[in-house]
Design a protein around this ligand. Structure first.
Ligand code: MN
Length: 329
């Protein structure tokens, strides 16, 4: 279906309902949070009720997006009924129920309108209205189109949120998903009064000391394979504890080894639990890596993808490296 027809269907959902829950994936990034804030602001501006409910807390470098601390971090004991009481749902920057955890389980079970706006690869039918565009740089880019379609006023807050989406999901306009639209949106948001220097400082100059400590231990333990074309590292629970860091402190780490001359593919293994390991794959753009992620039940973009394996980190290392080496044969 044409995107404009899908926007029309999503608009009807907004018109026909009063209260909305907006949610996104675990460990929400700048794109997830920015898209949520932008849509929530718009909904409120037309007299609707909008509540953002996420599974995980907002990372410190994105807290400037939510100065009033309005984002609800879901806890089923405290927030019993909060999801059930909404009229309709917007699920942003994700099209996979698994990465919505408890929130996903509840929303999925409710017979209420759901709309998904996302730019990730989606294999299955996810909600009634799946608006998925893998060519979009970010969900924020799609949200810009949606809000334009709805005739929204791009307030300073909406503009700041959307600028953050595009900025962070393109790695500051460096990644292969960077397109002219991303720059056009950034330019428009700047003309709406967004302060790029301020956002840069908030997003990139709020690293905690523990994040830097964790980064140090990663750089010390980088490993190379395939004549230096593949670089990888582990983040174990031990390393997190030693550094006093959290899982969300690892944002941006998968890209780091890719900056090394000669490295084509970088891989980060994160020990989530004793038998649960997340892999994050990044490529410079000559080697497609989502094939490896898909072999392990994951997905993503050609050059930036991931998966979660039900295996201890050591086993995940062995299995994934075995596959990854095939990329260089
Ligand atoms: Mn995104």
């Amino acid at each position: 279906m044409l995107r404009s027809n899908l926007w029309e269907l999503a608009k009807e959902i907004i018109q026909n309902n009063q209260s909305f829950i907006l949610t996104s994936h675990i460990n929400p990034d700048g794109d997830a949070l920015g898209s949520e804030i932008a849509l929530a602001e718009y909904l409120r501006s037309i007299g609707k009720q909008a509540t953002i409910v996420n599974n995980s807390p907002t990372a410190r470098n994105y807290r400037f997006l939510d100065p009033g601390n309005e984002i609800v971090i879901f806890d089923k004991n405290t927030h019993n009924g909060i999801l059930e009481s909404a009229d309709a749902f917007f699920i942003l920057d994700i099209s996979d129920w698994g990465r919505l955890r408890e929130i996903g389980e509840i929303i999925q079970s409710l017979q209420k309108p759901k709309v998904c706006i996302d730019h990730h690869h989606c294999t299955n039918h996810f909600t009634e209205i799946d608006i998925i565009d893998q060519r979009a740089s970010s969900t924020g880019e799609m949200m810009f189109d949606f809000l334009s379609f709805l005739g929204a006023t791009f307030t300073k807050r909406i503009s700041t949120a959307l600028y953050t989406c595009v900025l962070t999901d393109t790695g500051s306009f460096r990644f292969s998903n960077t397109n002219s639209k991303a720059h056009i949106i950034a330019a428009k948001m700047l003309s709406n009064g967004v302060n790029p220097h301020h956002i840069y400082q908030e997003v990139y100059e709020k690293n905690s000391q523990s994040k830097m400590k964790l980064l140090g231990s990663i750089l010390k333990n980088l490993r190379y394979e395939c004549h230096g074309r593949l670089a990888w590292f582990n983040i174990t629970q031990d390393m997190l504890v030693q550094a006093g860091a959290n899982i969300w402190d690892t944002e941006g780490f998968p890209e780091i080894p890719r900056s090394i001359d000669g490295v084509e593919v970088s891989m980060m293994f994160t020990e989530l639990e004793a038998r649960k390991t997340k892999i994050s794959l990044r490529s410079k753009g000559n080697t497609v890596v989502n094939t490896v992620a898909m072999k392990f039940g994951g997905g993503g973009h050609q050059f930036a993808s991931g998966a979660v394996l039900d295996s201890p980190i050591k086993d995940a290392n062995a299995m994934v490296l075995e596959e990854a080496r095939q990329l260089f044969i």
